[in-house]
Design a protein around this ligand. Structure first.
Ligand SMILES: Cc1cc2nc3c(=O)[nH]c(=O)nc-3n(C[C@H](O)[C@H](O)[C@H](O)COP(=O)(O)OP(=O)(O)OC[C@H]3O[C@@H](n4cnc5c(N)ncnc54)[C@H](O)[C@@H]3O)c2cc1C
Length: 493
């Protein structure tokens, strides 16, 4: 298919998109050379076949790339980057393409470098709890494989069936067990990375302790493909818990959610693994497609829900703690109702409710998505503030969920039945939502990153000028031609 399309040399998209003055649009000669270097690359004269790589799941971003390089090895990654660097062609690293901020989508016709074919799990060291694998392994595949070795991957998120470990590292993905296991920075042991000029950096140490020189691997965690392409990973994998329990509780105020969280920390201590929150507005949406297992006497959703998970190594001990916690929180009316999963199916069913928030609201209308950190004492206020601001639009709903234990709120505004931006709605949301967040000393991007959505806000709402200048210097020294993920992550000026 590749060679055929190259022979035919007929691309539907003859128009080139040269957004970056110092970068070149790839020519057909470039395509031929890149296909030689990575034979599984996809170059087609039918636009539809490239569409999946050029569009994201939110529908908010699309590119015009006419080539997807799909290297089968680190060497091929190196060869592609070396060539693109010499020719000054922009390259967009892409993993599972589940990002929320358009980081994996080209802005123009940059080359897409998909890591999907780098998908081998190489080894697992059961005593040290370290897995070594390629960056293109799908997170859920890795989780399942590692579970078969009685260990777990310390990262979990709703997109696990599609996102890849390399993408998780590049975004420093947070997810539901961040409180328990810490960030990817805490769990990454080694990395292999290819730099913009094709240099392969072998940082694949499996030493847990190593204080020799700058710890470079951390620079690539959360750098969203702007400093190098992650090709291999050595990751800490703790022992699989033998005891896992999930409770689903209803609260009638956000204050009660916070008090329940405090009680969970007090009573559950070291076995507390996750504490997630959802409001009625989002569960009313979820309820159109899933059964909510806990309703009030009128058969309606409660105002707030929390999902509490414990993980430990002694079922009796964990259950005793959980019972004490549940008694205490119900007695003090912090939680007004609750259920405890009786088996693994129920555990997964409860998690399914939480994880389906994102996909279900997408089907309801245009989503304005915000992923912010806020102090707990004002965490939920913004939801009501936004409801007031948007009250003149009857089709607009503000729905919320999040990793409340980390102060991370997924504030989502749905314009029901509309499937594109309405400027009159958006101008009431932005920049207000960012200004409000920083006025409360929060973060405008808790875990989704910056991509092409929030890069221009970095200097305005997130970091001071000196910090942004250091970041730009770093980018300059790693990628002097600016080929890696151009016009993303860092502000243009
Ligand atoms: C249903 C759903 C739930 C989600 N829940 C969460 C959540 O709880 N927490 C969270 O943090 N995110 C969440 N996300 C967002 C997203 O899944 C994460 O950002 C994820 O880590 C992206 O991984 P990916 O493989 O899809 O990467 P992609 O989307 O393909 O890429 C993301 C970024 O990383 C870069 N990149 C990809 N691969 C590499 C590589 N090998 N080397 C260098 N750079 C690379 C890309 O250029 C891009 O900038 C969710 C998304 C969905 C759809």
């Amino acid at each position: 298919m590749i060679s055929k399309s190259l022979r035919q040399n007929r691309f539907q998209f003859q128009k080139t998109f040269r957004l970056f003055s110092t970068l070149q649009s790839p020519t057909e000669q470039d395509f031929q050379e890149l296909v030689k270097r990575a034979p599984s690359s996809l170059v087609v004269n039918h636009w539809e076949e490239l569409e999946k790589y050029n569009k994201d799941w939110t529908g908010n971003y699309s590119g015009k790339s006419r080539i997807v390089c799909r290297p089968n090895s680190t060497k091929e990654v190196s060869s592609i980057l070396e060539y693109c660097n010499e020719r000054k062609i922009g390259v967009v690293p892409q993993a599972g393409n589940t990002g929320v901020v358009g980081g994996s989508i080209p802005i123009g016709d940059e080359v897409i470098l998909s890591i999907e074919k780098l998908n081998q799990i190489h080894s697992f060291d059961g005593i040290n709890g370290i897995v070594q694998c390629d960056a293109g392994v799908v997170l859920q595949t890795l989780q399942e494989k590692v579970a078969a070795w009685d260990a777990l991957v310390p990262i979990d998120l709703g997109a696990k069936g599609t996102c890849m470990i390399g993408g998780n590292i590049a975004t420093n993905a947070g997810g539901q067990y961040y409180y328990r296991f810490g960030s990817i920075h805490s769990n990454i042991i080694g990395l292999e990375v290819v730099l913009a000029d094709g240099t392969i950096l072998d940082l694949m140490s499996t030493n847990r302790k190593d204080n020799t020189g700058y710890d470079l691997k951390h620079l690539f965690v959360g750098s969203e493909g702007t400093l190098g392409v992650v090709t291999k990973v050595a990751l800490n994998c703790p022992r699989l818990p033998s005891s896992r329990n999930v409770a689903f509780l209803a609260c009638d105020s956000f204050q009660s959610v916070c008090e329940t969280l405090a009680k969970a920390k007090e009573h559950l201590g070291e076995v507390l693994a996750a504490f997630e929150f959802m409001d009625k507005a989002v569960l009313d949406q979820v309820a159109t497609e899933k059964r909510i297992p806990l309703l009030n006497d009128n058969g309606e959703n409660y105002d707030f829900y929390v999902l509490v998970e414990t993980q430990g190594s002694n079922e009796d001990h964990d259950m005793q703690k959980l019972e004490l916690f549940l008694e205490s929180t119900m007695e003090s009316s912090q939680a007004v109702d609750g259920i405890l999963a009786q088996d693994m199916k129920q555990v997964l069913d409860i998690w399914e409710i939480r994880e389906s928030c994102n996909p279900i609201i997408k089907s309801k209308g245009y989503n304005y998505k915000y992923d912010i950190s806020l102090p707990l004492d004002c965490y939920y206020d913004i939801a009501n503030v936004m409801r007031d601001r948007l009250s003149k639009f009857p089709t607009v709903e503000v729905v919320n969920w999040g990793h409340v234990i980390d102060g991370n709120l997924h504030l989502n505004i749905i314009d029901k039945g509309e499937f594109k931006v309405r400027e009159e709605v958006k101008e009431l949301i932005e920049p207000f939502v960012f200004e409000y967040t920083i006025s409360k000393k929060g973060s405008i991007s808790a875990e989704h990153g910056l991509g092409q959505c929030k890069n221009e806000y970095l200097g305005k709402y997130a970091k001071d000028a000196a910090t942004v200048a250091v970041m730009k210097n770093l980018k300059q020294s790693f990628d002097p031609n600016g080929i890696l993920n151009p016009s993303k992550f860092l502000p243009s000026l």
